[in-house]
Ligand binder design. Structure first.
Ligand SMILES: C[S@@+](CC[C@H](N)C(=O)[O-])C[C@H]1O[C@@H](n2cnc3c(N)ncnc32)[C@H](O)[C@@H]1O
Length: 282
């Protein structure tokens, strides 16, 4: 994780009680390791970096079937407005001019499908996600959309040639990645010069009182909802905790700049509950 990782509300270097439902092998990875070893954050827990992706995959394998429903319930539908804002800022061409989008960590296709809906007939989108279960849920949802394809792959080592895409989007995906800098570097590599980068991610609430309310809601209600609706509070606790560990708006801006991008700007959404970062490969 980057140096500017945010502190958690409840710092915890020991086994996280919210993850008690995960399997024995997973718990083994969550135990405090040798302090000399580098660590990655998995929610509030610290794990071996090489173990994190497997843990994340286990979460998304569990939530894939209920993912879209839970997104609506957890955000009260707000994620739809935030994704619409991403599409508006991206402004894909409405003409037949060729336009290739890569939607990384695209999951069930919520971002890519919205972009294609707004774009012209020359546009196409590739969803690249590390989880076979999320991709399967996305394929079922997308049905026969000829402009959309799915590729299983890791954001840190994208299975695409250099300078292949006109735009790169990543929605609520990058905080799950073990090495954020590597993912940003890969985003830069696969974009054409003149290509656009847009990242939608949960961020740091910048409105007094809203931050307190949001903390209380997200730390308590979301895992409870996950338990009720998806029978899995532990996975949803991870999702909330991972939000707290993600760099704030300004720090993430620096990480994007360090990857080589230019004209990096961000917009807060709903007081900073989420933020959209925009950048260009020039
Ligand atoms: C919260 S979901 C977001 C899905 C979709 N972008 C959306 O906004 O609804 C996060 C996604 O990131 C994927 N993911 C996690 N780590 C990844 C990695 N290293 N590379 C690619 N995808 C990853 C997960 O499998 C999951 O589908």
């Amino acid at each position: 994780m980057p140096q500017c990782e945010r502190s958690s509300l409840r710092r915890n270097n020991s086994l996280n009680p919210g993850l008690a439902l995960l399997s024995a092998s997973v718990k083994e990875d969550l135990k405090p390791q040798d302090t000399a070893q580098p660590k990655a954050s998995f929610g509030f827990a610290r794990v071996r970096p090489e173990a994190k992706q497997g843990l994340v995959n286990e979460v998304f394998a569990k939530v894939a079937r209920r993912y879209d429903l839970m997104n609506d319930l957890m955000s009260g539908g707000l994620h739809r407005l935030w994704k619409d804002e991403l599409v508006t800022w991206l402004a894909p061409p409405k003409s037949a001019v060729p336009y290739a989008l890569l939607d990384v960590a695209g999951g069930t296709g919520d971002v890519a499908l919205r972009v294609l809906e707004a774009a012209g007939s020359g546009s196409s989108a590739v969803i690249c996600d590390v989880s076979a279960d999320m991709i399967e849920a996305g394929r079922v949802r997308a049905g026969e959309e000829p402009r959309l394809s799915f590729v299983q792959g890791n954001a840190e080592a994208l299975p695409f040639p250099d300078r292949r895409f006109d735009a790169y989007t990543i929605g609520f995906g990058i905080r799950n990645v073990t090495h954020i800098e590597a993912a940003l570097g890969e985003g830069f590599r696969v974009l054409k010069p003149g290509g656009r980068f847009l990242c939608l991610e949960f961020s740091a609430v910048e409105v007094p009182l809203l931050d307190t309310l949001y903390d209380a809601y997200s730390m308590n209600a979301i895992p409870a909802l996950g338990g009720l609706v998806a029978g899995d509070s532990a996975s949803y606790r991870y999702l909330v905790e991972s939000i707290r560990r993600f760099p704030d708006q300004k720090c993430f801006t620096h990480l994007i700049e360090n990857a080589g991008f230019e004209r990096v700007h961000y917009r807060n959404l709903t007081g900073g509950i989420a933020a959209l970062h925009s950048a260009w490969r020039l």
